[in-house]
Design a protein around this ligand. Structure first.
Ligand code: NDP
Length: 445
């Protein structure tokens, strides 16, 4: 495989799509050996086919605000690959959303979904709409308008979107309502649904829980566990909340959360009532980071900085892509951090990952560590098709088992000669092989 030629061609075809090109390079670098050992992969054009999405839908989303003013946002759905199952991946509503970001997320999703062992292809979508500061009625009108276009492209056996940044249970509800109205069908076309109308228990917390289960497995490879570990978490969204909840249950102390304008350092630990307080702020669509420091005087708001300068044992970036760079990684390592598990998608830059690998600390990429969210979405799809609801314990046990299996796959494909586990390589190779084999079986499409 001529990696540089592939990347040069892609850069020419998709100039400026920085995040997408970054994600493709990371995967190709780590599967290069496997591709070179299996000439069939090249002969069948698997690499050329897997790096381009099957299709991209881009559409306008007009909506009216509470003052009668008309706004127009852009909507997207990137259907990347359905070799092993229906397209599956979240919808992101955030002003930074563009085609490059959705293509990077959709591409990553192929391998993540493959790792879960469930039959799900890769996709992603969303809009540059900013739900922050919008009223409920405005969010509803936006979601309805978004679904007025998207419904044509999705279906329970075709493409099953879910939530992501800016899309939680409320937005899923409004979009599901519109889909139902248009098709007259009550089916499992979206995951992350409300528990009374087809949702699964544990889904809201699954990504965070799964990331902690994965990190637990990583720590166990070095004879360690979470008891009394000090942990830095970034963000305080859906993923961070789930992770912090589970970390507290396992006896760890979480000392940071963050937002785009800075981070909170709370040496006493973020747990119990403090989490309830944060959830209330979040539900009312308010800024959460600054008010936290005012409410809990032991805590400190550090403006304009990221939490990676705090001395911790474990770091879990759970906010957004490229939020942990080389300097941050160097600070974490210098402060004795032994494990970094990504709750977010691609939060660490390639240079940061190099620092972790060089220091031989435990590092898990998002596509392995945060796969618990989509895995539980897969379990929601199964419950929908069977018209059954599993108990909280049953879903949690399945999630835990899936995370253990993903960890085992990473160990199988990522263990180096000196015993160091390269989780990036392990996850990419394991995720890729299954999809590549399915594509080879199904012919050139
Ligand atoms: P949410 O919208 O619930 O939360 C995102 C959090 O990140 C918020 O606390 C937000 O702060 C913060 N944030 C956003 N941008 C920045 C920034 N530039 N710097 C610092 N903090 C920032 O999203 P999720 O928790 O659902 O998603 C978080 C990450 O996890 C994303 O990378 C997503 O793709 C990934 N992921 C999510 C899954 C899921 O099941 N939800 C599944 C797998 C991965 P504020 O609200 O103040 O803007």
């Amino acid at each position: 495989m001529n990696l540089e030629k592939i990347m040069n061609d892609l850069e020419k075809k998709h100039p400026g799509e920085v995040e997408y090109l970054q994600a493709v390079r990371e995967v190709l670098e780590s599967i290069e050996d496997v591709v070179n050992q299996n000439p069939q992969i090249e002969a069948k054009g698997i690499i050329d086919r897997i790096v381009e999405p099957d299709r991209v839908l881009m559409f306008k989303v007009p909506w009216v605000d509470d003052h009668g003013k008309v706004h127009v946002n852009l909507g997207y759905r990137v259907q990347f690959n359905n070799a092993i199952g229906p397209y599956k991946g979240g919808l992101r509503f955030h002003p930074s959303v563009n085609l490059s970001i959705l293509k990077f997320l959709g591409f990553e999703q192929i391998f993540k979904n493959s790792l879960t062992t469930l039959p799900m292809g890769g996709a992603k979508g969303g809009s540059d709409f900013d739900p922050k500061g919008k009223s409920d009625a405005e969010i509803m009108r936006f979601c309805q308008s978004f679904m007025l276009e998207l419904w044509r492209l999705i279906g329970p056996e075709t493409d099953v979107p879910a939530g992501d940044i800016g899309v939680g249970g409320k937005e899923i509800g409004y979009m599901y309502g519109m889909y139902k109205k248009l098709t007259m069908e009550h089916v499992g076309v979206l995951t992350g649904k409300g528990i009374n109308w087809g949702g699964s228990l544990i889904r809201p917390e699954a990504t965070g829980f799964g990331a902690v289960y994965f990190a637990q497995e990583m720590l166990a490879t070095r004879g360690q566990n979470f008891k009394d570990k000090v942990v830095a978490v970034s963000g305080f969204g859906n993923v961070a909340w789930g992770a912090i909840t589970k970390l507290n249950q396992l006896g760890a102390k979480v000392v940071t959360i963050s937002g785009p304008d800075g981070y909170i350092y709370d040496p006493d630990g973020i747990s119990g009532d403090k989490i309830e307080y944060l959830l209330e702020l979040r539900a009312s669509n308010q800024d959460i980071v600054k008010p936290y420091a005012l409410e809990f005087p032991g805590a400190q708001f550090v403006p304009g900085k990221r939490p990676w300068e705090v001395k911790v044992d474990v770091a879990m970036p759970c906010a957004t892509q490229n939020e942990l760079n080389k300097e941050d990684a160097e600070k974490l390592v210098a402060n004795g951090c032994i494990c970094v598990a990504e709750g977010a998608n691609m939060p660490s830059t390639p240079e940061a990952i190099e620092v972790f690998k060089h220091a031989k600390i435990l590092f898990a990429p998002g596509k392995a560590a945060n796969a618990g969210g989509v895995a539980t979405s897969g379990l929601e799809m199964t419950q929908n098709s069977m018209k059954l609801s599993w108990s909280r314990e049953e879903v949690d046990a399945r999630l835990h088992e899936i995370m253990r299996n993903i960890h085992n796959s990473c160990v199988k494909y990522g263990t180096q000669e000196d015993g160091y586990i390269d989780y990036v390589k392990g996850a990419n190779v394991a995720g890729f092989l299954k999809v590549a084999n399915a594509m080879m079986d199904q012919g050139v499409l």
